[in-house]
Design a protein around this ligand. Structure first.
Ligand SMILES: Nc1nc2c(ncn2[C@@H]2O[C@H](COP(=O)(O)OP(=O)(O)OP(=O)(O)O)[C@@H](O)[C@H]2O)c(=O)[nH]1
Ligand SMILES: [Mg+2]
Length: 389
């Protein structure tokens, strides 16, 4: 699926005209599996021992030495790109690239050797000042149209004034002393972040991953990055990206194995909707494993966070609850949001008219909105506890 909404609606409408509901059913399955099969590749490079492996491990949530983690001992640096992904979540792969120092390759030959086209973006790491090699690489990346970020690592060790202008200019000094025609200080500073791989929740760690997610294109790659690294994502951006898919899920519920539901005047695939809402709950970290992991970070029992959840479906999700919500949205009959209005003409062609699709869209849209509010309440609670309130 290319996420070009007009294109998707066009394909659905054509399928309905030429093959009816069964053709729409095959298409909706194909569109979903094409989304699920997207893999996004991200490159992590820099000079030796700057923390490339540790950075990847922190993004993936690996502990040092854990199965699948990138090795961080001095004897184990990579000589060719090495891929890492989270078990069960292969849609984003972070590659540790060989050091940019000592290869005797020009920047463009280095990028050719590591297959630059494969990656959606590059993180260029340094644990001190950025060097000539890093700047030349960035210059080349800009020329070939790849996004990149400068990451100053190990900030926990020695940078009390890391947000100060003097510090930033010192670390990025090479850009002012050497001539990089397509990289001025303003451009470079906008892509500069300070991280500690031992503190994912401090300094700029979240910001640098979110910048990658926000600036990735095409939209399908952005969507895959947001979903696979949901625990680092900006929740508003995650929600906005997922909202685009809601009508496709509503169509799925209407045409793939729909069944009768008590009191509902149309058939729906309640089990599918239940799984969909369960996924929302995981992505907004409202499920029990996520809550208890976060509660441990603030040294509190899990209920301190779960008590912040106000949405019934986030607290206790059941298929019966999904059926009741569907019934509720069918009765209320509120129009779909502005964003989804374009789908109405197509939904009207489905069995039972627009009501089944439209009320399912409203249900899923409301769940996303409410789950995000719950996620923010939990976030605020954690901040308050950390501040000792
Ligand atoms: N304090 C601190 N130490 C770090 C940080 N990142 C990495 N390290 C340490 O720095 C050392 C090198 O980290 P690696 O992740 O192996 O660095 P690398 O760039 O992959 O190294 P090579 O692959 O050998 O070039 C390890 O001992 C890490 O534990 C950080 O943000 N803070
Ligand atoms: Mg390494």
């Amino acid at each position: 699926m290319d996420l070009e909404i007009a294109g998707i609606i066009g394909r659905f409408s054509d399928a309905m005209i030429h093959g009816g509901v069964s053709e729409v059913a095959s298409l909706v399955k194909a569109e979903r599996s094409s989304v699920e099969s997207v893999t996004v590749h991200v490159a992590v490079t820099g000079t030796p021992r700057v923390g490339k492996s540790a950075f990847i491990n922190s993004v993936m949530g690996f502990k040092d030495g854990e199965d699948g983690a990138a090795p961080t001992s001095p004897t184990q640096h990579v000589t060719k790109p090495a891929p890492y992904s989270r078990p069960g979540s292969p849609s984003s792969v972070f590659w540790e690239l060989p050091s940019i120092r000592g290869s005797n390759l020009s920047s463009s030959d280095y990028l050719k050797a590591v297959e630059v086209d494969k990656y959606v973006g590059f993180f260029i790491l340094s644990s001190a000042w950025f060097t000539q090699e890093a700047a030349a690489l960035a210059s080349e990346l800009r020329q070939v149209g790849k996004q990149f970020f400068f990451i100053r690592t190990k900030i926990d060790l020695d940078a009390p004034g890391y947000r100060e202008k003097e510090f930033v200019e010192d670390v990025l000094h090479v850009f002012t002393t050497d001539y990089f025609a397509n990289l001025d200080m303003e451009y470079v500073t906008a892509r500069f972040f300070c991280v500690s791989c031992h503190h994912v929740d401090r300094f700029d760690f979240l910001e640098c991953v979110q910048a990658l997610q926000r600036n990735s294109s095409p939209p399908l790659q952005k969507y895959a990055l947001l979903l696979s690294l949901y625990y680092l994502a900006n929740k508003m951006e995650l929600k906005d990206s997922m909202r685009e898919f809601i009508p496709v899920s509503a169509v799925y519920s209407c045409v793939i194995d729909p069944a009768s539901v008590e009191q509902l005047p149309y058939q729906a695939n309640v089990h599918f909707l239940y799984k969909e809402i369960q996924l929302y709950r995981v992505l907004f970290e409202l499920d029990h494993p996520a809550l208890s992991k976060r509660a441990k970070l603030i040294r509190r029992p899990t209920f301190v966070l779960s008590d912040e959840i106000q949405t019934t479906m986030a607290r206790a999700l059941t298929e019966k609850g999904v059926s009741e919500e569907l019934l509720k949205w069918m009765k209320i009959n509120v129009p779909v949001s502005h964003r989804h209005v374009k789908w109405i003409p197509f939904l009207e062609t489905l069995p039972g008219g627009k009501l089944p699709g439209a009320s399912t869209i409203r249900l899923l849209d409301t769940m996303l909105e409410k789950f995000m509010d719950d996620a923010y309440r939990i976030q605020r609670k954690m901040v308050a506890i950390r501040r000792g309130k």
